[in-house]
Design a protein. Structure first.
Length: 235
């Protein structure tokens, strides 16, 4: 059975936390928002030469979910449950909002790619992540999840504000919510909403409201993604 914990999904987290990060200034080899903004005036460019403004994301971890591995990926030796971190991203350039649903090991995979690509940026420290526990049940404990949330939020702040990382193709891919991710998240929240609706009395009212809103938002995002796919196929 899936469970979910977290904060009000509509509000950005505010205030300091022990892993507050301020982006250092590096000589950038990739295009950044500043360098793009200094390109020649768009008035002198034709439609195909218009500069592209890179997204400038503000991340928030709004909650967590406990899910189970899909049947074909299940193990007889280890627990098949895992935590998914619900992430809200606001693009300050457009005010567009979208959601990500990432596992802890996906952060580790991204970190390893970036360490290999940028060996001189001290990313092992800047993108510090807590070590994996020795016992499978540790990863589902409230203490472990709360500790990981702090590190993962710092990780997100670094990759969205560092001038090299924010425009990196691996980071941009990581920050996108594809159709497969949407489908899985939508299925989770629909199932959760259905379970709430079967109860005569809803004790977890905030979670019920959150599930309602997430189903609405993700359904719209799914429709938009499918429409865009059809347009791309018809080009």
């Amino acid at each position: 059975m899936s469970t979910s914990t977290g904060q009000d999904y509509t509000d950005l987290e505010s205030g300091d936390h022990p892993l507050h990060y301020q982006a250092p200034i590096y000589p950038s080899t990739s295009p950044t928002v500043d360098t793009i903004n200094n390109l020649p005036s768009s008035d002198n460019l034709d439609e195909n030469q218009q500069p592209i403004l890179m997204p400038k994301f503000t991340p928030t971890i709004i909650g967590t979910e406990t899910r189970e591995e899909e049947e074909e990926n299940q193990s007889i030796l280890f627990d098949n449950k895992f935590t998914v971190y619900e992430i809200k991203l606001v693009n300050s350039n457009t005010q567009e909002v979208h959601y990500l649903f990432r596992r802890f090991n996906e952060f580790i995979t991204l970190k390893n790619k970036l360490l290999e690509k940028y060996p001189n940026l001290n990313l092992d420290v800047l993108l510090e992540l807590p070590k994996m526990g020795w016992f499978w049940n540790d990863k589902l404990s409230k203490e472990v999840i709360e500790e990981r949330k702090k590190y993962l939020l710092n990780f997100l702040n670094v990759i969205t504000t560092d001038p090299n990382l924010a425009s990196d193709e691996n980071v941009l891919e990581f920050l996108q919510c594809d159709l497969h991710m949407l489908e899985k998240a939508l299925s989770f929240f629909r199932s959760k909403l259905y379970n709430y609706q079967q109860r005569k009395e809803i004790k977890e009212k905030e979670e019920f409201i959150k599930s309602q809103e997430m189903v609405k938002v993700l359904t719209r995002k799914r429709s938009e993604s499918l429409s865009q796919m059809k347009k791309d196929l018809n080009k």
